[in-house]
Design a binder for this molecule. Sequence first.
Ligand code: GDD
Length: 346
Amino acid sequence: MTDKLKRALIFGISGQDGSNLADYLLSLDYEVHGVVRRSSYPNTYRIEHLMSLEEQEGSNFNISYGDVLDFSSMNKVIQKVMPEEIYYLTAQSHVGISFDNPISTLQYNTLGYLNLLEIVRDLKNKEKYSPKIYFAASSEMFGTSPPPQNEDTPMLPVSPYGVSKLASFNLSRVYRRSYDMFICNGILFNHSGPRRGLNFVTKKITRCLAEIVSGKRDKIVLGNLGSKRDEGDSADYVKVMHKMLQQDNPDDFVISTGETHAIEEFVAEAFNLLGLNWKDYVEISERYKRPFELPALQGDSSKARRILGFKPEKTFKDVIKEMLSTDLEEVADMTIEQAKEKMKNE
Ligand code: GDD
């Protein structure tokens, strides 16, 4: 390990975005440190390929165990690594679950983040240490504000999750102004990819569809298909998180494709790739509906396009195709073409 490499610390490295960001920063020759919460059931499958690297001599990848709610473990890891860049991606990231678990949602999404801000504020005073900080804000903060949404759109969250992200978003701004800290809020709209968690609608659809092909199930049970989302690609969006921290001044940016599609369109397109009619396989249940739903998201990312040179690399259809082909390969060991042929003959 050499001291010349730029060091980044990622809270939430085992998630979809954390693992994609780690891959990206390693490709840029960073020394990457990640914080993982120790638990009896490890949830590190997305960084398995990196964990085996860690054991090799001279590896630029390191894992520390810690918990963002445990101030002392967080303090220790920051003081040990003293990174130039810190990414706070830790979250209870499921909007639906936030209605059932509002307290832990605010703990992980807001209080954990405040722990980080307080540790860095203190180190800045005592040690003149000023890392750049990225906070994963969310388009869920816009709530009922009609689309298109940009950095100036009023934020009217409709879920405990949205409230938790908005509180942290505002904490970023308060610490930035009051203590001259370099903090960027990335207001990312929905983004998926092969590493998306199974509880989110996009992955649930492509995974369950692959299971239908393999004969493991015969239907998919979903909730509200009428809500509209602006869906991009996680591996693409993590690059712009890094880009934000390379600017001379900290700022907040909306990151989105600018396209919006009802969830029903996602389902229809996935089934259509296999020549199937989704209506033959999808059942609707109240169980997956939320007490209040954010109706429509469509991001206006012109500020990021202008200042950061951001341009989404994948379309809505590209994201669906990539996710379905990964799931088909993992679940049924088939390509999209083979699965289409199989379903035609059934
Ligand atoms: N999860 C889920 N499961 N959602 C369903 C289902 C289902 O079975 N059926 C329909 N939906 C609908 C939800 O009600 C919602 O309108 C939409 O599908 C998308 O749900 P999610 O995939 O859970 O994502 P989200 O939009 O609520 O939140 C995601 O995007 C935010 C950015 O706006 C998450 O990634 C958040 O962490 C992120 O901040």
